[in-house]
Design a binder for this molecule. Structure first.
Ligand SMILES: C[S@@+](CC[C@H](N)C(=O)[O-])C[C@H]1O[C@@H](n2cnc3c(N)ncnc32)[C@H](O)[C@@H]1O
Length: 180
């Protein structure tokens, strides 16, 4: 029920954005950051290990990429469409001295190569996730993991589902984990 409500809010944000032409035509979801406590749980759920390569598809302010590089010592890459978010996250990466292990690609997440990924994280809308699964089915190596925040990855079989009843603000979250 909460997820349905959240989907409605996300969709409303998106529609409002489209009305003001604030959202680029290729946008698959509006910007809504994952809370910091959930970021860590996403990376743990994806069993991210030092030296592995991870991508956050639609990386927002770079928080997942930064945590992956800083806390998990991964090679972390974000893909983001929005110029301001790319600038903000790239600046943060530089301030933290993480340039060797974290970077943001400015562009459409549907036009990238994820064949090197050990882990993919996403926080997009359900319809977007369906498109992403079609791309990842062609590109991901065997054994790669995918963690989706709150929404299923189309018809993929879920390997593990984790529910966080309260993130500290009263909001619940679900993480869907997949192993390809
Ligand atoms: C719900 S936010 C999630 C941000 C971040 N992953 C997090 O969990 O904090 C979705 C992000 O995807 C970006 N986005 C939407 N469509 C995109 C596309 N086609 N290519 C790249 N980024 C996209 C949006 O600009 C937004 O920053």
């Amino acid at each position: 029920m909460r997820r349905l409500l959240y989907l409605m809010i996300l969709s409303a944000v998106m529609v409002a954005g489209q009305k003001t032409a604030a959202i680029a035509p290729d946008s698959l979801a509006p910007y809504l950051p994952t809370p910091a406590s959930i970021v860590t749980q996403m990376l743990e759920a994806g069993n991210l290990k030092a030296g592995e390569t991870m991508f956050d598809l639609g990386s927002g302010d770079g928080r997942i990429v930064i945590a992956a590089a800083q806390k998990f010592k991964a090679n972390a890459i974000g893909v983001e469409l929005d110029d301001a978010l790319v600038a903000k996250s790239t600046q943060k990466i530089a301030e933290l001295g993480l340039e060797k292990s974290a970077r943001i690609i400015q562009g459409d997440l549907m036009k990238q190569d994820y064949s090197s990924a050990d882990l993919i994280t996403v926080y997009l809308l359900p319809e977007a996730n369906k498109k992403v699964t079609q791309l990842l089915e062609l590109q991901l190596k065997k054994g790669a993991r995918v963690v989706s925040h709150d929404f299923l990855m189309g018809s993929w079989k879920v390997t593990k589902e984790i529910t966080i009843a309260d993130d500290g603000t009263g909001r619940s979250h679900t993480l869907f984990v997949y192993i390809r």
